[in-house]
Ligand binder design. Structure first.
Ligand SMILES: C[S@@+](CC[C@H](N)C(=O)[O-])C[C@H]1O[C@@H](n2cnc3c(N)ncnc32)[C@H](O)[C@@H]1O
Length: 340
């Protein structure tokens, strides 16, 4: 059984974020968070994050969700590569340090985290947040343009780009991907919003780097072309709890949110045994559990009948995004049999 890190922000990070909110007008933070979120929804980037309040508003509004998506992706990587114990991390487009916090939770083996970002306000906030934690001695945060910094950076066991490649001009994305791969000693993880556009960016980078010799550790159980066809796209969802400050800054009542994300973890070594991936929330019915799977052989609908007690009990626990081993699948083709 592999360990799974929690999708909720570590208590020390949540406390550090909330401490920064003391003395700051919540209305102003909420207003700035609203503006920043709107710019994101409209396809803009983080260049609008200019000062201390902006950085804090961004972190309060978005860091819990990007952290949850990073943790979900890292947990999938841990399942695929239980022996992977990276000691060094490169966090490209690190912002408030989200992916570095997540990677440190998923991999206690990490000793050195190098963060790269051009945004001074986010860098200052990240360093401030780390200063309250035992992690600060493991952190080096360089400010500048990602490609220029990467070109000079040392290689790292794990390279992560979380919610970043969408902010890079399409013409520069391929060279950024190539550089990130060059600096990857073992695994590169790229996480994007779970939109069709985010998925398209992941698929383009995946195709480019497989051609350069990469192998997929997760989510795909193969290195071939993605079998999904539009309007379908590969994405996952992660539920996270909202703290009081998070709700205030977002003007939200509901105590949780569901973050949709797309990701790919690419490794230098081929993965031995590949698990199939659950591509949607399984339907649990009286007759069977049925779900859409991406398998090494392509897309399948798995139906696990109730009469197969042990398999049915196991399948009831499947969640969208899980890895499922071959022997657990009782498969029929779309359209065959009844769903429930
Ligand atoms: C949406 S934020 C994500 C931050 C963080 N990785 C996270 O998941 O919360 C995108 C970050 O990428 C940085 N960024 C975008 N393009 C960049 C570039 N060309 N060079 C350096 N940083 C860049 C931005 O400054 C911003 O901090």
């Amino acid at each position: 059984m592999t360990r799974a890190a929690s999708p909720d922000l570590p208590a020390s990070l949540r406390a550090a974020l909330e401490a920064r909110l003391h003395g700051v007008s919540r209305n102003e933070a909420a207003e700035r968070a609203g503006v920043i979120s709107k710019i994101y929804r409209d396809g803009g980037g983080s260049t609008t994050i200019a000062g201390e309040t902006d950085a804090l508003a961004y972190a309060l509004a978005r860091m819990p969700a990007t952290y949850a998506a990073d943790i979900a992706s890292l947990n999938a990587l841990v399942v695929a590569r239980p022996d992977f114990a990276p000691t060094s991390l490169l966090d490209v487009g690190a912002g408030p340090g989200t992916a570095a916090w997540a990677a440190a939770e998923a991999f206690p083996s990490l000793q050195l985290c190098t963060l790269l970002d051009s945004n001074e306000a986010l860098r200052n906030l990240a360093l401030d947040l780390f200063s309250d934690s035992s992690r600060s001695s493991h952190i080096s945060y360089q400010r500048g343009e990602a490609s220029a910094l990467l070109a000079k950076a040392d290689t790292a066991d794990l390279v992560v780009a979380s919610y970043v490649i969408g902010e890079v001009a399409e013409t520069e994305r391929r060279s950024l991907a190539r550089l990130m791969w060059e600096k990857t000693r073992d695994t590169l993880l790229v996480v994007e919003p779970g939109t069709q556009a985010g998925y398209a960016r992941i698929i383009a980078l995946r195709r480019q780097l497989i051609a350069a010799g990469a192998h997929v550790a997760a989510p795909c159980p193969h290195d071939g072309a993605c079998p999904l066809t539009p309007p379908d796209w590969c994405h996952f969802t992660q539920r996270l709890a909202r703290s009081r400050a998070h709700k205030q800054v977002k003007g939200a009542e509901v105590p949780f949110e569901d973050e949709k994300f797309a990701y790919v973890a690419l490794t230098r070594a081929a993965i031995g045994q590949r698990a199939s991936r659950v591509l949607a929330q399984p339907a649990v019915g009286k007759v069977n559990v049925s779900t859409k799977l991406c398998t090494p052989g392509g897309l399948e609908i798995a139906r696990v009948p109730r009469r197969d007690k042990a398999a049915y009990a196991e399948a009831r626990r499947w969640r969208w995004g899980d890895a499922v081993m071959e022997q657990m699948r009782i498969v029929s083709r779309p359209g065959e049999g009844r769903d429930s």
